[in-house]
Write a protein that binds this ligand. Structure first.
Ligand code: PLP
Length: 285
């Protein structure tokens, strides 16, 4: 079956899904994206992703071409048309295609909205059992990382460096502290069982999975501190993990080749992963 994509009001075969070379997403990275997991054919935590989409487009004064309700309908229709059971749905909205390449916002252009799906068995991913190593890289991104912008070159370079080092993710470092992963939020569990993850602010993307995991942990009386932590603190921790929509909770077992605790996924991480999977199944729509 041909993969179907959505482009500006039409469902078309992926190979025919095209936008203009003058699209501002292509020319200026003038756009916002979202990724939600699909589990058993349903969208995980999608209200949270759509709320972040609304906030991100608002921060760059980009009007969505459809209502959030309609976007959710299109997402569901695309999942159904692709008969997607487990995987993810990507959506991107850009400021559209102008007649040339002027930096200032064009007048009268319609924003571009595209979506496509990818198959992935998130629940049974082998790396969730084995854990991953991370490397550290300087955080060279701009200072509005709270906006889910498609300008991801710093993360492309960070994740390429991780791939070349045989690591699963890059943790980005600023002022001696971990900001977040290239495409994930970073957590540690300290020796006295406090779950630590950096506080939201313009230094990091407010992860939807991060938010859910913090709430689920607090509901279970786990102490959570939202603050920055250093690599030294992470190496001295009991456990570490990352979260994202397409990984859920994934154990981190080493940093720059140095193991954390016994170098195996920690019991609390595994428990939080199970709890998150249950939450995802129970709340998917
Ligand atoms: N931080 C960054 C920089 C990301 O790119 C992502 C996801 O792509 C995340 C965190 C995790 O966010 P979420 O849990 O909403 O997928």
């Amino acid at each position: 079956m041909d993969q179907i994509a959505y482009v500006n009001g039409s469902f078309v075969p992926l190979a025919e899904a095209k936008v203009s070379i003058l699209d501002r997403g292509f020319l200026f990275a003038d756009g916002i994206y979202e990724v939600a997991a699909v589990l058993d054919g349903r969208l995980v935590d999608n209200a949270s992703h759509l709320a972040r989409l609304k906030r991100s487009v608002g921060e760059i004064s980009l009007a969505l071409p459809e209502t959030l309700e309609r976007i959710a309908e299109i997402q569901k229709e695309l999942v159904a048309r692709n008969q997607l059971v487990n995987g993810m749905i990507y959506l991107e909205v850009t400021r559209g295609a102008d007649k040339g390449r002027d930096f200032a916002f064009p007048k009268g252009t319609t924003p571009t909205l595209i979506m496509f799906t990818t198959v992935k068995d998130i629940v049974n991913a082998p790396s969730a059992k084995a854990g991953i190593g991370v490397i550290t890289v300087p955080d060279i991104r701009w200072s509005r990382r709270d906006i889910k912008s498609v300008a991801l070159l710093a993360q492309v370079l960070a994740k390429q460096a991780a791939a070349e080092a045989g690591a699963g993710e890059a943790w980005m470092i600023e002022d001696g502290k971990v900001t977040e992963g290239g495409s994930s939020s970073a957590f540690i569990l300290t020796r006295d069982d406090v779950l630590v993850t950096r506080q939201n602010g313009s230094e990091i993307l407010p992860g939807c999975t991060r938010k859910a995991v913090v709430a689920l942990a607090e509901e279970r009386q786990l102490r959570v501190e939202e603050r920055a932590f250093s690599v030294e603190e992470a190496l001295a921790a009991k456990e570490a993990f990352i979260t994202s929509a397409t990984l859920f909770v994934q154990p981190v077992i080493s940093i720059d080749g140095k193991t954390i605790a016994n170098g195996k996924p920690g019991p609390m991480t595994n428990r939080l992963r199970e709890i998150y999977v249950d939450f995802a199944r129970a709340t998917a729509v």
